[in-house]
Each structure stands twice: as structure tokens, then as C-alpha cells.
Design a protein around this ligand. Structure first.
Ligand code: MCN
Ligand code: MOS
Length: 765
């Protein structure tokens, strides 16, 4: 979509900054800083109309009637949509591509299952007129009692998710006979992604072709959903998403507000823009589900674990299913001969929860990494030492070797840098005036999720290079690392590479979720660039017009945009000159990492569903990123306020494609973890089942003043079992383990164990 002028990385890194592994600065940065970057809903289209949603004010019941009379005659109103007037859609397949039931889909609800559900929409000539008219829509309801959250008496134990059960040995028996036993319950509240850019879209129909400008973590998956809703071919839907102002898991799927806007555009014959208000971003899609876990550990007096029994529950909605895998870290972090983990989900009247940075691993780590700390105090062993005593030398669940696990190295590097050896073990033993100081440690992990990728690389007449992919950059650095990959492979400078992302017309890409995109796309670009290079060298050697033709070389080298014989004894011309001499205006190649015998159906499935994701335990290895967080807190003894004053984290994400960007990702994850530990909590009004702090003044996320110095250390080594270029996931890893490290530090500071996030002052005094 976009042309970037590259600003180079740290001067000290010189030309190396442009190769894979170099510290090149974000090439999309200048466009963002100057405001030149145009986000999806900022497109100016002829005849644009504006849609505003009307949402249910009850959490459970039925819409009795919708009175639209006043709204319809309000100034500037073009259309009022209700379940009765909106066009009917077909149900789309889910993200696994499971064939959907053959029944109509209506994005406006008659049956209300949560507060904030879309019940109507108003479209007007201006946004302000749509807002004013939406306030005139009168909805009457028949209300029924809502199950407000997990603690509601009506909630019950929920549904057992058997697929989540993991068991080996005799966990209950071994626990009963263990000399040391601990058992505790850990809770995390509803949390929200809170991206800076709210969800929204512009939809435009031209005949039976739909273009949607929408921030998206998955253009091809969303295009498939729109196509299935409207019953048009996949090729007829174009998704455009040049920049994304943060997603954190929330922008991967086409949602009902998108369907409403696309219906309105079709019915009206005009392009329609619909942008959620900030409060609507708390109910228009789900944040992280609230969770409860019980972790039971049996150990010997040396702190060696003999048994772990783990039970977890997460919220889901009345009519949707979300499973937050709570046993994911519990089952792999430590070695134990006996293990049992089971999980239930409980239906409550909320929007269906969704993916939020490290879904599963994040709350899972809060349970096990708090519990192991409790065990450390119980047996009187240093919390770092107990982790090393129970170190898992292989995947305890899959019983496979780790592809790479630099966790011991992470513990060592982090402890050294933090000064862990100076810690005094007793709670409340370290202070500075009236501030109690606590030092806590916790580990984190995230699986290496993989899929296949595809990209196009084009060498142009002037020797510059274009890379095209329908994958996206929501701030992680995709533009930059793909420029580096193409530059290194083709022997050109990174500022001669233009990376075009975020348009579903480009070669397809799977979901940007599960921290997989960097590994998938660097692999695909490497492949495409390699085959473009082969073509270039092939032409140079074989074309009679080429200056290299007489040389009878079987290969040539390309570096700094010039092509020459390996021994340097022949011509030395620029790539542009070579293309001119052989009469070509460009060379292009598409490369992908799909298995060789893949059919077109396999490819469609790979890019538009998650059904072809490669399991992280495929083959002989278990693949994960790892980290260790060392955190200092200062707790005001009188007020109970907690401040994080120092963070040192050592992380293993394998080879880093760009350390500067990986460090920035890790720091972002740690900052989000500090928010989770100390601030973030969706508060439910128990009378109405409504989220009351549905705005960024009341739903607190960290600001600069909350964030101390954060030091991150890379301890990874290349892992070729995990990706083509040896990297493992970066984006989600670092949030995992931050909240328990802080809770553990708070215990060390105060002697008070907080097992309910967030750690707010009233829980401490
Ligand atoms: N990287 C690297 N070396 C590696 C792997 C990654 O240098 N071995 C760097 C690259 O700059 C790459 C970035 O880390 O662009 C993230 O790569 P990866 O871990 O593969 O994650 P994805 O590209 O798939 O991004 C998604 C991931 C997820 S799932 C969430 S949630 C999340 C995250 O990234 N949401 C984010 N980071 C985010 N960062 C921003 N700014 N905004 C979000 O919404
Ligand atoms: Mo990330 S929560 O997998 O988009």
C-alpha cells in the first residue's frame, strides 16, 4: 500500500542494520510520526455515509419493539436498520473453516445475550447527525435475569472442555502422599485490548464486488467471512488495511459491526463508514475472559515437585464459545511425574471473549508461577533455585525434546543483571524508608505457532525491489523485517526495497496471531527473493545480450545492487544496467513455504482459516519461546500503593530478525503485563450486567509514569526447527509471567499473597 523512505537504524550499527539481524529503525515510523500514514477509516471516498450503532441496555432478554419514527425523520438520516429491515446474510464458517449451518445470519439482535449487543443502526449524511438520530431510536425489552459473571450464583460449574484435559501418572494419589502440599486459587478479571485505534471500517459495493477498508490482523480470513455472509465469491471481496493502530488479538475476525456497515452500504448504494465509540470497544468484541484456577502442588522437602493438580474455569458467552487454555504453561514449565489439568467454561451474559496478547499462556502463568513461589516459601528455598530444581529437560507433556530452551540461560543472565544474589529471603526484610521493597521472579513461555506463507518479490528496472503480501503491520515491525529480508537475500540496500502490505489483492497471508507472522513471512520473502535472484542470475548467464554471457560462469554474486562474477574477474554492472541490457523491465517471483504437493484448496484453507496451522509439537520437537522476569516493587507501607521500580527480563525468541524491534515488542509486552498486574479490570455492574468502566479514563492502562526502566536481554540461539531463518515468536512472549513476577515481588515486600488480579491497594491493607 505504501511507499516508505527508510531511516537507518542506530548509526553505530552501520550498513549491518539493513541485513536480517540488524537494528534498522521502523521504516513505517516517519509516515506515522508526520501523519502521512493513512489508516483504514481515514480514506476519503465520494458519497460517504456514516453509520452509528444502537446497543442493548439490558444483558438478557428480548427486544419487544424498536420505535424508529423519530430517528427516521431526523435531519440527514438516510436509513435506520433494525433486525426487521436489514438484509439477510448467510452464516459464515468459523476460523477453522468448519462448514457453517445453513441458516441466515442477522448482525442485529432480537434475542439479547449481553449488554451492548447491536440492536439497530442509523445511517446519516454526517457522523454527528447519525449520533443524534441514534439517540432517538427507542428500544423496549422483555428483560430476564442475567448471569453477570463467574461469581453469579446462577453461573454453575459450566461445561467440561475434555480437549483441554492433560493427565499423566497419578496426580491425586501422589499429592495425598506428598510431604509438602500447597493449594491455592488464582483469579484474573476481564481485561481489554484497548488499542489506540478503535474498530471500524468503510464498506463500498460496486455491483457484487465489495471493498472494505478495515484495520485487520487477517485480511484473507476476514475477506472470506464477508464473502460467505453475502454469498459472493472470495475474489469479489477486497480488504485494505495499510496500517493498524494496535490490535493485540482483537482485530483478527470480521465482526457484527462490519456486517452492519457492509449491509448498509449495499442497501444504500453508497460507501458507509462505521467506527465504534470507545465504550463500544468494550462490548462490540471480547477482551480476555475472566479466569479462575486452582493449583495444587505436592513436593518433597527439597522442593522437588511430585504432583500438580490444576483446575481452571473461564467465562464464555451465552451463545459463543471461547476457551482460554489455562493449563498451557502449567503442563510444560516444570517436570513432574504426576499431573492432572482440567478445564471448564461457564456461560455468562457477556460478549464472547476473544484473543488478547498470549491468550491462555498469560493467565496460565499467573497460576503456576504464583504457586511455585508459594512452594518456595513453604520449603524455604530461593524462588529462583526452586525453578532450577524442577527444570524440565524435555517437554513433560508431549515427552519430546525442546527444539531450543534457553530458559536456564535466561534465569542466569536475568539474575546476574538484576543482582538477585543480594536479595534477602524473608518477606518485609528489604526497605527504603516507608517503602517496602520486594524482589520477585517468574518465568514465561509461548509456543511457536506456525503456518505456511507466500510473498511476491519484484526487481524493477531501476534495480529497486518491491515486496508484496496481504499480511499486515500493526506496529510489530513487519514492514521493516521484510525489507531487511529482501535486501539481504537480493544484495540490495534496505532503502531500495519497498514493502507493500495490507491489501488482500497481494499474495495471500494467514492470521497475524499467535506470534507467527514474522517467522512465516521472513521465510516466504526469503523464498521469493531467492527465486527472483535465481532468475536474475540465470538471465545474466544465459541471455546472449548479457555482459556475462561469454563468461561461462555458473553463478554470479549480487551485492550492493551490483552483479559480478564471484572471482571479480569479469564485468561488474548494476542490476539496473543488467536488466536494461537483456531488455527486461522487471523480474518477479512468488515464493511460498507450502508443502510441494499442496492443492489450490489447501492453499485457500491455509490462508483463510487456521485449520492448517502446524502444531508446535509436530515431529520430534516441542517448540516454544521462553523468558524470565526479575521485578522490583516498592510498596508504600502506609497506603498500600504498589509501584514497579525495576524490571530485568531475559528472553529466548531464537534468532532475532531485528533486535531493536524485538526489544521494543518485549518491552511493550512487559508494560502490558504491569498494567495487568496493577491496574486492569473490567468492572461489571451487577444489576445490569454491564461493563461500567468502559472507557480509557476508568479502565486503567499504564502511562509513562507507571513504567520504570525496563532492561531486556536476548538469550536466544537460532532455532531452525521453528522457522526458515531461525527465529521464534516475540510479540506475545514477554507479557507472560510479568503479573506473577509482580505478585511474587509484592509478597516478598509485604508478606501478603495476592491471588486476585489486579493488585490494588485495598487488597494490601
Ligand atoms: N521479531 C524479531 N525476531 C523474531 C521474531 C519477531 O525481531 N525472531 C520482531 C519483528 O519486528 C516482528 C515482531 O517482532 O515484526 C513480532 O513478530 P512475531 O512474534 O512473529 O509476531 P507477529 O508479527 O505475528 O505479531 C503478532 C503479535 C501478537 S499475536 C499480538 S497479540 C501483538 C504483538 O504481536 N499485538 C501487537 N505485538 C503487537 N505490537 C503492537 N505494536 N501492536 C499490537 O497490536
Ligand atoms: Mo495475538 S492475541 O495472537 O493476536
Amino acid at each position: 500500500m505504501t511507499v516508505h523512505n527508510i531511516r537507518h537504524g542506530d548509526a553505530s550499527d552501520g550498513a549491518f542494520a539493513e541485513a536480517v539481524g540488524g537494528r534498522l529503525s521502523r521504516i513505517d515510523g516517519p509516515a506515522k510520526i508526520t501523519g502521512a500514514a493513512k489508516y483504514a477509516v481515514e480514506q476519503q471516498l465520494e458519497g460517504l455515509a456514516y453509520a452509528v450503532l444502537v446497543e442493548s441496555t439490558i444483558a438478557s432478554g428480548k427486544v419487544r419493539a424498536i420505535d424508529t419514527t423519530a430517528a427516521e425523520v431526523a435531519p440527514g438520516v438516510l436509513q435506520v436498520l433494525t433486525p426487521d429491515t436489514i438484509i439477510s446474510l448467510k452464516t459464515a464458517a468459523d476460523w477453522f473453516g468448519t462448514p457453517p449451518p445453513d441458516k441466515p445470519y442477522c448482525p442485529l439482535a432480537r434475542d439479547i445475550t449481553f449488554s451492548g449487543q447491536h440492536v439497530a443502526a442509523v445511517v446519516a449524511e454526517t457522523f454527528e447527525r447519525a449520533v443524534a438520530a441514534a439517540a432517538l431510536v427507542k428500544v423496549s425489552y422483555e428483560e430476564t435475569p442475567a448471569i453477570v459473571d463467574l461469581s453469579d450464583g446462577k453461573a454453575g460449574d459450566g461445561i467440561a472442555i475434555d480437549a483441554m484435559t492433560k493427565e499423566w501418572g497419578d496426580a491425586q494419589g501422589a499429592f495425598a502422599s506428598a510431604p509438602v502440599r500447597i493449594c491455592a486459587a488464582y483469579n484474573t478479571p476481564r481485561e481489554y485490548q484497548a488499542p489506540m485505534e478503535p474498530h471500524g471500517l468503510i464498506a463500498r459495493w460496486e455491483g457484487d464486488r465489495l471493498t472494505v477498508w478495515e484495520p485487520s490482523q487477517w485480511l484473507d480470513g476476514m475477506a472470506r467471512t464477508y464473502a460467505e455472509w453475502f454469498g459472493v465469491p472470495f475474489e469479489n471481496v477486497r480488504l485494505v488495511s495499510p496500517y493498524i493502530g494496535g490490535g493485540f488479538g482483537s482485530k483478527a475476525l470480521a465482526l457484527s459491526h462490519g456486517a452492519v456497515a457492509a449491509c448498509a452500504a449495499k442497501m444504500l448504494g453508497r460507501p458507509v463508514r462505521l467506527v465504534m465509540t470507545r465504550p463500544q470497544t468494550f462490548t462490540g468484541y471480547g477482551g480476555r475472559a475472566a479466569t479462575r484456577q486452582t493449583v495444587t502442588i505436592g513436593a518433597d522437602v527439597q522442593g522437588k515437585i511430585q504432583s500438580i493438580v490444576h483446575r481452571g474455569v473461564n467465562e464464555t458467552s451465552i451463545d459463543g464459545m471461547w476457551v482460554e487454555p489455562l493449563g498451557s504453561v502449567t503442563s510444560i514449565m516444570y517436570t513432574t511425574p504426576n499431573f492432572s489439568s482440567k478445564q471448564n467454561v461457564v456461560r455468562v451474559n457477556s460478549v464472547v471473549p476473544g484473543a488478547m496478547r498470549a491468550p491462555g499462556e498469560n493467565p496460565s502463568a499467573f497460576g503456576i508461577e504464583s504457586a511455585i513461589d508459594e512452594l518456595a516459601y513453604e520449603v524455604g528455598i530461593d524462588p529462583l533455585e526452586i525453578r532450577l530444581r524442577n527444570y524440565a529437560e524435555q517437554d513433560p507433556h508431549a515427552k519430546k525434546a525442546w527444539s531450543t530452551r534457553q530458559l536456564r540461560e535466561a534465569f542466569a543472565a536475568g539474575a546476574e543483571r538484576f543482582g538477585w544474589s543480594r536479595r534477602t529471603p524473608e518477606p518485609r526484610s528489604m526497605r527504603d524508608g516507608n517503602q517496602l521493597i520486594g524482589w520477585g521472579v517468574a518465568a514465561g513461555t509461548y509456543p511457536v505457532r506456525r503456518a505456511y506463507g507466500e510473498a511476491l518479490v519484484r526487481i524493477l528496472a531501476d534495480g529497486s525491489v518491491e515486496v508484496e503480501s496481504s499480511s499486515i503491520d500493526m506496529g510489530q515491525g513487519t514492514y521493516t523485517i521484510l525489507a531487511q529480508t529482501a535486501a539481504e537475500t537480493l544484495g540490495v540496500r534496505a532503502d531500495d526495497v519497498v514493502v507493500k502490505l495490507g491489501d488482500s489483492r497481494f499474495p495471500r497471508a494467514g492470521v497475524t496471531g499467535g506470534s507467527r507472522l514474522a517467522g512465516v513471512m521472513t521465510g516466504a520473502v526469503y523464498k521469493a527473493a531467492t527465486s527472483a535472484l535465481d532468475q536474475l542470475v540465470g538471465l545474466a548467464i544465459s541471455d546472449p545480450r548479457s555482459p556475462f554471457h561469454a563468461l561461462q560462469a555458473n553463478t554470479l554474486v549480487v551485492a550492493n545492487g551490483r552483479i559480478a562474477s564471484p572471482r571479480g574477474d569479469g564485468p561488474d554492472v548494476s542490476v539496473a544496467e543488467l536488466l536494461k541490457s537483456v531488455g527486461r523491465d522487471h523480474i518477479e517471483a512468488t515464493g511460498d513455504t507450502m508443502p510441494a504437493n499442496s492443492t489450490p484448496e489447501d492453499r485457500y484453507k491455509n490462508y483463510t482459516t487456521i485449520a492448517m496451522s502446524v502444531p508446535h509439537t509436530e515431529g520430534d520437537y516441542s517448540r516454544h519461546s521462553w523468558c524470565a522476569h526479575f521485578i522490583e516493587v516498592r510498596v508504600d507501607e502506609d497506603f498500600g500503593t504498589v509501584r514497579v521500580s525495576r524490571v530485568v527480563s531475559a528472553l529466548d525468541s531464537g534468532r532475532l530478525y531485528n533486535p531493536k524491534l524485538a526489544e521494543s515488542q518485549w518491552k511493550g509486552g512487559i508494560i502490558m503485563g504491569i498494567g495487568q498486574a496493577l491496574l486492569e479490570e473490567g468492572i461489571v455492574d451487577r444489576r445490569h450486567g454491564r461493563i461500567v468502566n468502559d472507557n480509557l479514563a476508568d479502565y486503567l492502562v499504564p502511562t509513562n509514569a507507571d513504567i520504570p526502566d525496563i532492561e531486556v536481554i536476548s538469550v536466544g540461539i537460532p532455532d531452525l526447527h521453528s522457522s526458515v531463518l531461525g527465529g521464534k515468536g516475540v510479540g506475545e512472549l514477554a507479557i507472560v509471567g510479568v503479573a506473577p513476577a509482580i505478585a511474587n515481588a509484592v509478597f516478598h515486600a509485604t508478606g501478603k499473597r495476592i491471588r486476585d488480579l489486579p493488585i490494588t491497594l485495598e487488597k494490601l491493607i
